[in-house]
Design a protein around this ligand. Structure first.
Ligand code: NI
Length: 454
């Protein structure tokens, strides 16, 4: 891109946004301010970064909006460091060419623009893909985001989208925004640690940014900053174990999935009408939605429907909605593949107690790969973290760090079967179901006996 054109985009005076993680978000280009001011970006204020996690960590009310501005700020700091220390002086020297700055900044700011309501819940139930939607919002003529990006250059939206799709020719920008150690992950770990009030996600961001170095194939890390990188990997691992996989948040997420499942059934059977209509969800029930339909759904829309459905004549929907609004998470048991026969036994007992298992139980599989080296034949090959020694050689991180080696290539798997919590609370169970006390006790005892076999 023409550097003169970029200059013209600069604001007369720097603008700042206060931020609890980075102190200030610094805005220098009018295009960044304009992108933030679009309805598509403002929508991110209405999508919580961590979905149902706030039911477990009440501080975690922060939104995708603040995360996106944070990723922008980290990316900007990386660009500043690169200009200061590793500015390219000839086309193939492998150093940083600052003409790429605006592309990197826009991709950073917009990387999560396509997120759906309650983060991953919406994707799960309506089979949407937020990364695909992100690219559509950037490249479709119908959005304000697209119109603003086009002011730079008619091909600029495609260029920004290609960073998010990992196909941009400059791997330095791609790795800045999306790799195993990128501005996205660094921001969400620090931000989620801050807002959940936990310390697991903390690491030395300033040090990591200082030891980043561009080279012809991407970004490496100077050897004397290796321990800061190691600490980041361990922090991320801990956040998954302690926060992201938390069974109570996932038990709330399970209820939300079941609510949407039930509401879809009611819609298909003409029972979601009058006061209980959910017009913004109809295109998704019908599996025929446009980009603007997608942008018309956020956490607030869903929350409003839930409040209405508290009084819905359908007892199943009403029950589920009350569990969600009054925070009564489903309980769960961890299981592995060979234990499906035990799950079936639990389902039988749940049905016997008068619950439809399709709307009161859920199998859920979560996994995370804390770190992996590059495997060209893998389904999703990872860009490995390269440590640069003093003589300029590159060594893959796990060869240098025995702590990281212990986590390398090892999926952290959390497979759970969710069920109503009264199945582990005898009195609640007896009051809630319509069976005789004796029958209730018998089912309850059998359930506990089965749980012990896992
Ligand atoms: Ni993100």
């Amino acid at each position: 891109m023409n550097p003169k054109k970029i200059k013209k985009l600069n604001l007369k005076r720097e603008k700042v946004i206060r931020d609890p993680v980075h102190n200030y978000i610094h805005i220098h280009q009018s295009i960044i301010k304009d992108l933030i001011d679009t309805p598509e970006f403002q929508r991110l204020r209405r999508i919580k970064q961590l979905g149902t996690t706030a039911f477990t960590f009440p501080g975690a009310e922060h939104s995708r909006f603040t995360h996106c501005t944070g990723v922008f700020e980290i990316t900007q700091t990386i660009c500043n460091n690169f200009v200061q220390n590793y500015q390219s002086s000839s086309p193939n020297d492998g150093l940083w060419n600052d003409e790429n700055r605006l592309t990197a900044l826009c991709a950073a700011l917009l990387h999560d623009i396509g997120h759906g309501a309650f983060s991953h819940v919406f994707e799960d139930i309506f089979d949407t893909d937020h990364e695909q939607v992100t690219r559509n919002i950037i490249t479709s003529d119908s959005t304000k985001i697209n119109q603003i990006l086009k002011q730079v250059d008619s091909k600029f939206p495609e260029e920004v989208a290609s960073v998010i799709a990992h196909t941009h020719h400059n791997q330095q920008i791609v790795q800045m925004i999306s790799s195993q150690i990128d501005a996205d992950r660094m921001d969400y770990l620090l931000r989620d640690a801050y807002f959940t009030g936990t310390n697991y996600g903390l690491f030395d961001l300033t040090r990591i940014l200082r030891v980043m170095i561009p080279y012809e194939k991407g970004i490496a890390f100077l050897a004397d900053g290796m321990h800061a990188v190691e600490d980041y990997i361990v922090s991320r691992f801990q956040m998954y174990q302690q926060v992201y996989f938390h069974p109570a948040s996932r038990g709330m997420e399970a209820i939300l999935i079941l609510i949407l499942r039930r509401s879809k059934y009611l819609y298909e059977n003409d029972q979601l009408k009058g006061d209980y209509k959910a017009p913004n969800l109809v295109p998704f029930f019908e599996k025929n939605y446009t980009l603007s339909d997608y942008l018309n759904v956020d956490d607030c829309v869903i929350s409003t429907y839930l409040l209405n459905w508290r009084n819905h004549p359908d007892p199943i929907l009403r029950d589920l909605v009350n569990r969600f609004l009054d925070r009564s998470p489903l309980k769960s048991v961890q299981y592995h593949h060979g234990q499906n026969y035990l799950i079936n036994k639990l389902i039988e007992l749940i049905e016997e107690a008068g619950y439809k298992h399709k709307y009161f139980t859920l199998k859920n599989f979560s996994k995370d790969l804390p770190y992996d080296a590059y495997h060209p034949n893998a389904k999703k090959p990872q860009t490995q973290i390269e440590i640069m020694t003093t003589n300029g050689e590159l060594h893959e991180l796990s060869e240098e760090s025995s702590i990281v080696k212990a986590l390398t290539g090892k999926f952290q798997i959390d497979q759970r079967f969710f069920f109503p919590r009264e199945f582990v609370r005898r009195e609640e169970f007896i009051t809630k179901n319509k069976l005789s006390r004796n029958k209730s006790n018998a089912i309850f005892d059998e359930f506990q006996k089965t749980l012990k076999l896992f």
